[in-house]
Design a protein around this ligand. Sequence first.
Ligand code: HEM
Length: 147
Amino acid sequence: MSELRWSVRTSFFQYLAGLRDGRASVSDGATLTADDPQLVVYPADPDRSDDDVLAFRGDLRLSGHGGLLFVRLANPRIKLRTPAVLSVDDPLTEDGSGPRLDLVTLRLAADDEGGWSGTDVKLTEAGVGLFNHVYAAGDAFDPLIVR
Ligand code: HEM
């Protein structure tokens, strides 16, 4: 297990790209790929992973509307249960010092390439406020891959 590949929700990236001051930036190991502007790659964080949790590191920051819009999706972790739950560091502060947020639930299944695919990815009730209440709880987010 070496990385998490996720485009979060493509329509959100497209919305940001359309803002005059929309920005996506990555640090702490997370990368954006050249061929797919929406895809974020978070490397594995073995020290924080165990039998129940796949942990990744890296920090994605999305901003726009003169700073009114700020979303930090950093150090994602997937709890292996049914459904699985992907959480991120406190997404609203610069240093992520508040409590982690359970962002989406998903169905994880072993794929043909020795990794996992996450489907049926849905926004949690707790995640609704992060996107300004534009999406409802249960709304579809993008599928993800762990490999
Ligand atoms: C100055 C404040 C804001 C204005 C004027 C504004 C305006 C808009 C408009 C016009 C749309 C529709 C865009 C379209 O359909 O093409 C939209 C969508 C959206 N806005 Fe904002 N917004 C503001 C702040 C925020 C903030 C703070 C967030 C928090 C993350 C946010 C999250 C979203 C989301 C998630 C969508 C839906 C994107 C999609 O998936 O299509 N907005 N906003």
